[in-house]
Design a protein around this ligand. Sequence first.
Ligand code: SF4
Length: 265
Amino acid sequence: MSTADGYPLRVADRARTLAELDTLLVECRACPRLVAWRERTAHEKRAAFLDHEYWGRPVPGFGPTDAPLLITGLAPAAHGANRTGRMFTGDRSGDLLFATLYELGLASRATVTGPDDGLELFGVRVTAPVHCAPPDNRPTPGERDTCRPWLAREARLLRPTLRTVVALGAFGWQAALTALGEAGWEVPRPRPAFGHGVRATLTPVDGTGSLTPDGTGGPLTVFGCYHVSQRNVFTGRLTRDMLRGVLAEAAHAAGLPVEDPPRQG
Ligand code: SF4
């Protein structure tokens, strides 16, 4: 469905549960360039995946609906989540992320292959500010803004339990802060700059708690972390220890127990 049908701005706000949100999200066709790319990639496929049935649609968030920790990146990879239909699954970025979550006791498996691999996340949900795979992994500012209502609504629905967010990369950081501002938290001014290991505290805005009439939903700590992209990992900009350090801090701040020392995959 396109922007002319109210996608996603008006439609996302209708969702009363994350399951409803996901059902609406996967029908979204609001960004013509991304719709064409995700479908073309799914049709042409990569040689290694010729016998795979690509998802080729918007990729929903993944993880428990009462997660206190949300990890948000950039967008699905063309032959990763755009193929498997599950966020951060099917490419090397996800391999590192899930292996590290496993080490910390926040995931049931160290290796992931696809939606039928039995992966479970414990207290953690993974999502993205742009839900369709973009060419060259680069959504335009307009596509980022068009997609924002999905992330804002996801955070709003998580609000009763959500305590920490890990934003991967500068793009994820900026997009997350704006979406969280729309979801009912006040973003500090001037807006905190992205950096690996930086953190920002967002306070709930009074009068925006229609989904949390009992007053649940508290301050939120947002952690910056270099993106788990292949380039960052290959160049050593992001090491496994660095990723584990930020995820462990965020989990701790969210009240989640973590394995210490980390378990082996
Ligand atoms: Fe819809 Fe977001 Fe995909 Fe654009 S990127 S088509 S807004 S789901």
